[in-house]
Design a protein around this ligand. Structure first.
Ligand code: C5P
Length: 234
């Protein structure tokens, strides 16, 4: 049976392999991809990724690389062996790092991972940026880093829901916009400040959604996944 795929990554934010596997199976059964980040990766490594991922399930490795160009290029090559759909890197790493990463990904040809730039973490405000020597607004810095990432050959950007429309307007249809901060109608916002529902975000122009706690903290994750799939398909 071919499953209908949905443009959703379920965020699996746990170091526990068994929990991660249970959640990944629920996501895969519903046609969702899985997002594994530093918390999982530091505990379980590449073998853990192989253990939890069903063959054919889209994989988003949210490892946010940021280092000298040679090291990031090597990290991309190592991670690409896992055949992820997406890998994240910090756009603040600068042009040489971004170009080296794009070139390393390109070595994998047809099966190359797509690289997503992280601009300004949503945990940072203008005061935090000023403390690192960056003056101006968060919005200006997001656009500056997004432009740099795209100009250096990255495939897309991680963005907050309210950034979808301005980034789409600035960069056109080719740039992949992958969006966390998604809350199905009726669910809690948690610590996400500006949320959209899955439908709103897709209608605004998101290519992929990232959804964590509405699934992994739900009393019945399988039911939560089914409700999200139904909302998107409606
Ligand atoms: O639980 P929730 O749906 O808020 O999870 C969203 C996921 O996206 C988490 O893995 C979180 O680390 C990630 N993320 C985010 N905001 C960003 C970047 C990543 O929430 N700006």
């Amino acid at each position: 049976m071919t499953r209908r795929r949905h443009p959703v990554f379920c965020a699996i934010d746990t170091p526990d392999l068994a929990n991660a596997k249970a959640l990944a199976d629920i996501a895969a059964a519903a046609g969702f991809g899985i997002k594994l980040g530093k918390e999982f990766f530091a505990a379980n490594g590449p073998q853990g990724v192989r253990d939890v991922r069903e063959p054919g399930t889209p994989l988003f490795l949210d490892v946010k690389f940021h280092d000298i160009p040679n090291t990031v290029a090597g990290a991309i090559r190592s991670a690409a062996v896992l055949a992820p759909t997406f890998i994240t890197i910090h756009a603040a790493g600068g042009p040489a790092m971004l170009r080296a990463a794009a070139a390393a990904a390109a070595e994998f040809g047809q099966v190359r991972p797509k690289l997503l730039g992280v601009t300004v973490l949503t945990s940072l405000d203008a005061g935090d940026l000023a403390a690192t020597g960056v003056t101006g607004s968060v919005e200006q810095q997001v656009l500056r880093l997004a432009r740099l990432a795209v100009d250096c050959g990255l495939d897309g950007l991680i963005c907050a829901p309210q950034e979808i429309m301005p980034l789409r307007a600035a960069f056109g249809p080719k740039v992949q916009l992958v969006v966390p901060g998604i809350r199905p109608a009726g669910s809690k916002a948690d610590d996400q400040k500006r949320v959209m529902t899955p439908r709103e975000a897709l209608e605004a122009g998101a290519d992929w959604l990232v959804i964590g706690r509405p699934i992994n903290a739900a009393p019945d994750p399988a039911k939560a996944v089914a409700a999200i799939a139904a909302e998107i398909a409606a």
